[in-house]
Design a protein around this ligand. Structure first.
Ligand SMILES: Cc1cc2nc3c(=O)[nH]c(=O)nc-3n(C[C@H](O)[C@H](O)[C@H](O)COP(=O)(O)OP(=O)(O)OC[C@H]3O[C@@H](n4cnc5c(N)ncnc54)[C@H](O)[C@@H]3O)c2cc1C
Length: 394
């Protein structure tokens, strides 16, 4: 990176930042993509998580021409069973009811990151700068300070620097924050029976447990995102018996557990900017809103941010307008408002509702689940929304 002036800079080559760069690259728009990590960490990522990619998000990758590369490694989700605790009277979301293909796909984050990064380095329109950490911004001057000294200038800065965004901090953007006092344990299990593309979400008062089907020849592998309150999960005794604790909640759903992978722990919180734009900075993905993983929707939401802003930049440029245009920021803010607000509040309140042990709330919850399970309309509408097929723009 020898140049000093750029029209568009994307800070953060996470899943959202890379996809955004590829969306702009498809429209032959040049961008500088910077990340504090080095190339090797993208080609050999350490992330042990899987991501549930919705049907709508898979279509974004189809349009980018890279879905086939991802699909080879993706397990389709045919149905999702939801229950309170280990009860068996499940609420069943079946993809055949909507007729739009699978509800979503589970992909290993390592594969997703590697495939996206290989496209980034192939692109003529993306200038990728590794080992480049933003330490300060001076938005009045439209400049970033990277690696302590070097200054680079932008007309438009797309901040995709994740949940703990430094750009959000330096720009002084206000946000909603809540610590859930929960940890998510992420690991994979191999089980004796095939999963047949079924995902499971069990709600316990100590936190939800999700089992997500993984691509595997015999369909005997699932990834687990298990949320547990910190007052339990930080105890030594819990960590010593974690496999037994998990097994009590799993209840041999897909038969015996043959193998556990290593456990990784993520403390859970929500960050949500009150405004997604400030002067010449636009926030996307987790930098704009980092939500609870209860519904497996954070990345899908961030992808819709990326799609929206890439389409708007393209339109403005086609009209011969500058990208550092206030109308562009206002329109982005307006278009993303409902989708963002709805998911931040649904995930926040769903977690609160199911973590509450009071008798009245328990009754309310059971009634709610019953009404839901008996209403095809409610089930179909929520499937369409979770599949990312509903346009929630103002
Ligand atoms: C346990 C768990 C399970 C989840 N499961 C799902 C799921 O199934 N489906 C789903 O849709 N979502 C899921 N999510 C959410 C999803 O992981 C995130 O929404 C998504 O990864 C956010 O991507 P991002 O690119 O916005 O941010 P990040 O992935 O955080 O990327 C930010 C990038 O910015 C770079 N960066 C940061 N600071 C700087 C700096 N100062 N200078 C330069 N570079 C910088 C970082 O190196 C990184 O590469 C889950 C989240 C958790 C915690």
């Amino acid at each position: 990176m020898n140049k000093k002036d750029f029209e568009i800079i994307i800070c953060g080559a996470g899943l959202v930042g890379m996809t955004l760069a590829l969306l702009l690259s498809k429209e032959q728009i040049n961008v500088l993509l910077i990340d504090k990590n080095n190339k090797d960490s993208f080609l050999n990522p350490r992330d042990a998580r899987t991501t549930a990619i919705s049907q709508g998000s898979s279509r974004i990758y189809k349009n980018l021409g890279i879905w086939n590369k991802l699909l080879k490694n993706a397990q389709q989700i045919n149905s999702i069973l939801v229950s309170e605790g280990i009860q068996t009277n499940n609420l069943d979301f079946d993809n055949r009811k909507v007729g739009e293909g699978p509800l979503g796909f589970i992909i290993d984050n390592k594969i997703l990151k590697k495939v996206l990064f290989k496209e980034i380095i192939k692109s003529k329109f993306v200038d990728f700068s590794e080992n480049t950490e933003v330490v300060k911004i001076n938005n009045a001057e439209r400049s970033l300070v990277v690696n302590k000294k070097k200054k680079i200038n932008y007309k438009l800065l797309l901040a995709a620097d994740g949940r703990f965004s430094k750009i959000r901090f330096h720009a002084g953007v206000k946000y909603f924050y809540h610590d859930y006092h929960q940890n998510a344990f992420v690991f994979n299990i191999t089980h004796s029976n095939p999963h047949n593309g079924i995902a499971l979400e069990r709600f316990f008062s100590t936190g939800p447990l999700a089992l997500l089907p993984m691509k595997d020849k015999k369909q005997r592998k699932s990834s687990v995102v298990w949320t547990v309150d910190t007052n339990i999960s930080n105890k030594k005794s819990f960590n010593q018996n974690i496999k037994e604790e998990f097994s009590k909640r799993y209840k041999e759903f897909f038969g015996d557990i043959i193998n556990f992978s290593k456990f990784q722990k993520y403390p859970l919180n929500v960050f949500s900017c009150y405004n997604s734009c400030k002067e010449n900075i636009i926030f996307v993905g987790d930098a704009s809103q980092a939500i609870h993983p209860i519904a497996g929707q954070g990345f899908n939401l961030g992808l819709r941010d990326a799609l929206c802003i890439s389409q708007m930049i393209t339109e403005f440029k086609e009209l011969g307008l500058e990208v550092n245009n206030k109308n562009l920021m206002d329109a982005y803010e307006r278009k993303r408002f409902i989708d963002k607000t709805a998911l931040v509040s649904v995930t926040h309140n769903l977690n609160k509702l199911f973590s509450n042990n009071s008798f009245a709330i328990k009754l309310f919850r059971r009634l709610g689940l019953k009404i839901f399970s008996e209403s095809n309309y409610l089930k179909n509408q929520s499937m369409i929304y979770a599949m990312g097929l509903k346009n929630l723009e103002l």
